[in-house]
Design a protein. Structure first.
Length: 457
């Protein structure tokens, strides 16, 4: 039934007939329910500050931009409860009104704040010049940045380790505001994987035994990346609405701490079910920045990693079974106990999220959800259908949904049946009602897996 990741199960012409090729999404009213699009982007997804820091499985900025362009009125409050690296927040700065982002990951919040910072680029350049004066040579007395790290030279050469250590110390010693410091530390964070011994492309943080890596020098890369980040910041400053406000808050999407009915529009892409281990992907960045972000040691990091929505190995599973509304969609037969626990915890978290979101959103407000299905060794898990039912239980009525592929790729996903290869992204439009909503008809589930260059990550 399913093709491999790189071999289509259908011929090219058959596949293309399923998709309407577009340069940008049509208006909401012009899209049919269940329609499939092939998005051929003519503009970059890394414009403004969007490309400032790598982040796995983030959605393209064209999605929140498209939604806000049609559904956000002047001075509306827009919420992204799983904001990740701040894609929605950056797009929100191009309109009037407030955009709020929540994420339980402190590094994600740091990146979001850097991307939306209202700092003076000239001032950052001045701080960069100051760094050149104070950051002279690599540290010689090497100290692991977290207290319980062993074999740290497995991840970094001693020269790279020394340069990162001295650069970090020089940055935090600058006479800078908190916002300026956050911006510079985000640039620092963005080069860590690249100068390490770890594979640059894999979602797993590991040192390849077969692919020899020759990391770039810390100093040259840092200043090149800083200049690129400043170019994006200056570009954003020219387009930023004077009345726009973007706020990144470290918080829990299953218990949103905002006043009831205070949000006009929700746009988000929640974590994919055990396909992307977000915090593990940033393990090296947490080694360096964790203590500043409240993650004091490796044990705390490991606990946080298991506590996020979508975790492969969740801390606990208090849910004895799947919600009854999903029993005909997801079969646990032949699944491993770990897989069952991950699915149950994910669905429980998302159900609690939808109930919390329903309290926060104004009556009649729209909720746009972007989600991908996960493919396992047994087939595709229809997460788009599952989440629409969980949302319906919380009072969100289904309006329509459409799927899309794009010809860009950021992350290498696992190729075996162990984890979830994302087969397609779905944009699902929901509307808040005052009571549980009926379940919609199931959306189409094309019987092929997209090639690795067609997935919108």
């Amino acid at each position: 039934m399913f093709g491999t990741l790189d071999t289509a199960a259908r011929s090219g012409s058959e596949r293309d007939q399923l998709f309407r090729e577009v340069q940008s999404f049509p208006t909401f009213d012009a899209i049919g329910n269940g329609e499939l699009f092939s998005l051929c982007l003519s503009n970059k997804t890394t414009a403004l500050t969007h490309g400032m820091h790598r982040f796995p499985a983030k959605y393209i900025p064209q999605i929140p931009g498209w939604v806000m362009g049609q559904f956000a009125q002047k001075d509306d409050v827009v919420l992204d409860p799983f904001c990740g690296s701040g894609t929605t927040l950056v797009e929100g700065l191009l309109r009037s009104g407030k955009t709020i982002g929540l994420d339980c990951d402190p590094l994600a919040c740091m990146i979001s704040r850097a991307k939306t910072a209202a700092v003076n680029p000239a001032r950052i350049r001045k701080l960069g010049l100051d760094l050149r004066q104070t950051w002279k040579s690599p540290a010689t007395q090497l100290i692991p940045p977290m207290p319980d790290l062993t074999n740290f030279d497995h991840w970094f050469s001693r020269n790279t380790w020394g340069n990162l250590q001295s650069l970090f110390a020089s940055i935090v010693a600058l006479d800078a505001t908190a916002e300026e410091l956050n911006f510079l530390l985000c640039v620092f964070s963005s080069i860590i994987r690249r100068v390490s011994n770890a594979d640059d492309q894999s979602q797993k943080t590991y040192v390849s035994g077969t692919l020899k890596k020759n990391p770039p020098e810390v100093e040259g890369l840092f200043y090149r990346v800083l200049e690129k980040a400043l170019d994006g910041l200056e570009e954003l400053a020219l387009l930023r609405s004077p009345s726009a406000e973007a706020i990144a808050i470290q918080g829990d999407a299953t218990d949103i701490q905002l006043p009831n009915q205070s949000v006009d529009l929700i746009i988000t892409s929640p974590p994919y079910l055990d396909s992307v281990d977000y915090m593990y992907n940033f393990m090296l960045e947490y080694f360096w920045l964790g203590p500043m972000l409240g993650v004091q040691d490796r044990r705390t990091f490991n606990q946080m990693r298991r506590g996020v929505t979508g975790a492969k190995n969740p801390l606990s599973n208090s849910t004895p079974s799947l919600p009854k509304s999903l029993e005909d969609l997801i079969s646990e037969v032949d699944m491993t106990p770990h897989r069952v626990a991950a699915i149950r915890a994910y669905c429980d978290n998302m159900a609690r999220h939808f109930h919390s979101a329903a309290k926060t959103l104004k009556p009649g407000g729209f909720y746009f959800l972007v989600i991908g299905n996960s493919r396992t060794g047994k087939g595709v898990l229809p997460m788009h259908d599952s989440l629409t039912r969980l949302a319906a239980d919380a009072g969100f009525i289904f309006e329509k949904a459409f799927g899309y592929r794009i010809r860009r790729h950021y992350m290498k996903f696992p190729r075996s049946g162990r984890g979830g290869i994302i087969t397609m992204d779905w944009v699902i439009a929901l509307k808040k009602t005052q009571k549980p909503a009926p379940y919609p008809a199931r959306l189409p589930l094309p019987d092929f897996t997209l090639r690795h260059d067609e997935v919108a990550n």
